[in-house]
Structures are given as C-alpha cells and as structure tokens.
Design a protein around this ligand. Sequence first.
Ligand SMILES: *[C@@H]1O[C@H](CO)[C@@H](O)[C@H](O)[C@H]1NC(C)=O
Ligand SMILES: *[C@@H]1O[C@H](CO)[C@@H](O)[C@H](O)[C@H]1NC(C)=O
Length: 355
Amino acid sequence: MHPFVFSILLCFVAIARFLNCSALAEMITCSGIVPMRYRNDKISITDFGGIGDGRTLNTKAFRAAIYRIEHLRRRGGTLLYIPPGVYLTGSFKLTSHMTLYLAWGAVIKATQDTRNWPLIAPLPSYGRGRERPGERYMSFIHGDGLHDVIITGENGTIDGQGDVWWNMWWQRTLQFTRPNLIEFMNSRGIIISNVIFKNSPFWNIHPVYCSNVVIRYVTILAPPHSPNTDGIDPDSSSHVCIEDLYISTGDDLIAVKSGWDEYGIAYGRPSNGITIRRITGSSPFSGIAVGSETSGGIENVLAEHINLYNMGVGIHLKTNIGRGGVIKNITVSNCVYGKCEEGYKDCRRCWRSSR
Ligand SMILES: *[C@@H]1O[C@H](CO)[C@@H](O)[C@H](O)[C@H]1NC(C)=O
Ligand SMILES: *[C@@H]1O[C@H](CO)[C@@H](O)[C@H](O)[C@H]1NC(C)=O
C-alpha cells in the first residue's frame, strides 16, 4: 500500500469559537475562477407551455426551452426563467451558454414516476453503477460536455422528491443505481449559486471530469436518515470552488472523490485544486470527506472555516485498503465542532477528539 502523504492543520473547538473566523475570511473567495455572466436573451418556461401548478408534467416544456437555447445559439447565451410556482418534470439535460434562473418561490420538482426515468452508461472511472451493476439512472438535471452554464436565481428550490428512491433502496428493489439530483460530466465553467437543493434521490451535486466549477450560496437539505444523500461530490475534477453553504443531509456533506478500484486506477483522473470554505452543516456521517473513492488520486484540497454540529465525523480521510490512489496536500483549518462524535478520522489510524 502506498503511504499516504498529507498535511493536516486542525484548530479545534474552544479557541475558534471565540474568534469570529468567518468574519475575518469574508473577503477571501475563489469564486473568480468562473465569472458570472449577464445574458441579454431571456425566455420563460411559460413561453413553452410550462405550468407551475404542481401537478402538470412539464418535461416537454423544459426540453423544448433548452432545445431552443441549444439551436438558436443567441450571442452571449440565453437565460431560462422559472417564475414562482411548482413545476413538476421528468429529468432533463442542460446545454452550453445558458442560465437556469429560479425566481423566489420557484420550485422545479422531480416526478416520482421512476419507471420512465432515462438510463445512461456507467462512469468509466467506476466501471459500473455505484450501487448496482450496469447502467445508472440519469441525474434529474444533467449536463455532459458543456461549458458556460449557470444555475442561479433568488433561492428557488430544486426538489428531487427522493423518498420513492430511498424506499426502493431500503426494500432492495432498485434495479439500477439511483440518480443524482444534478450531475455535470466533462464540463467546465459552471456556476451553481443561490439555489436550494432538497431531497435528492442519491448524491445531490456531482461534478465529474469537470474543471472550473463554482458552487456558492447554496443550501442542501435532506433528512438525516435518507440514504447516500451526499451534499457535493467533486469527482475526478479540478479547480472546484465551494463556498458559503449550508448543508444538512443523510450522508457526507462534501466528499472529494476520484473513481474506484481498477476502473478508477485505469482511468487515472485525479481531483485537484478543491477549495471548500465557510461551510455550516450537520449529518450522521462526515463533514468533509476524502474518498472513499480515491483511485485516481486526490491532491491540493483546502478546507477552512468549517462549522459543524450534530455530526458523525468532522474530517474523514477514507483511505480504504486496496482502492489505490495517492492522497496528497490536504489542508484543513479553522473548524468548529459542536456535538461531533469524532473530530478527525482516517481508516488506518483513528483517534477521538473532543466533542
Ligand atoms: C439566498 O440565500 C443566500 C444564502 O445561501 C443569501 O446570502 C441570499 O441573501 C439569499 N438571497 C435572496 C434573494 O433571498
Ligand atoms: C497545496 O495545496 C494548496 C491549496 O490547498 C496550494 O496552494 C499549494 O500550492 C499546494 N502545495 C503544493 C506543494 O503543491
């Protein structure tokens, strides 16, 4: 087994609690890696027959609006406006040069009709679905090979209505791996800000094989008992900026990954340059995790001003034996823990810190 090299800086409970660390750090941000863009061309989902009554299925409206953006290719891209209301829809794919804008009171709600949910190929760095062999369900909102995509607005909600999927997991009736709430593959120049994510079927936000991704001012919520509802999983991705978030879910709040086992090793795509700053949250599992999927390697991760309460483990390096990959240069500082079972843990050497 390759020896793991990491430098850890942990500052614990008492001192940090009296220093207002977040106030001092307020000016520091990595979000400049993707500039926010203003778009002149604007359309509304209602122009495409969208009805926000919570009952009408709007899959056709979403697909038609995005088809229009993709094919008319307006200079500077197009903003798709979602007005207040509850828009039930099946999963849909985004396109480049678009902004998905959720107004205050707008909810994009996933249909619970799982039978017609599209399937896609497994990720090459996983070789199979994460939960079940073979294909996997496409994420509710999906992007592959895109650039210049913004999801923002006035804190509208993207609701996965995940309980039907959690039930299938509990009852062991899942045929394929559950869908993420949102996944970007092979994409760059992505901003997700001022949105609330709720009740994901599986992981919430999954950037995989991506670069230059900013996730800021986002709230992610799922019940503590919901299975595998990780908040954000940067996976084989580089230059990811995650700041100013509140996350409370049933699994890890943020888990940096890079594929698993022989598939991840063969694919060889590391996660590199991940900044995680000013995160508040709670979960029965880990606050900030590295792994356990580490096969492509993980390096240069900075996590600071992390405020956790009612947590399982604060910082968790999940160095599973046999998974391979090198974990290098992980820096964690200014963590405040209230009611954590363990402050820091790695699989080879575990120690308990103060509660
Ligand atoms: C949206 O939520 C963020 C916190 O995530 C907050 O800073 C911002 O002021 C809110 N915006 C609106 C328009 O309510
Ligand atoms: C370690 O990672 C930090 C970012 O977290 C980066 O600024 C620094 O240059 C890295 N150090 C080395 C030796 O690569």
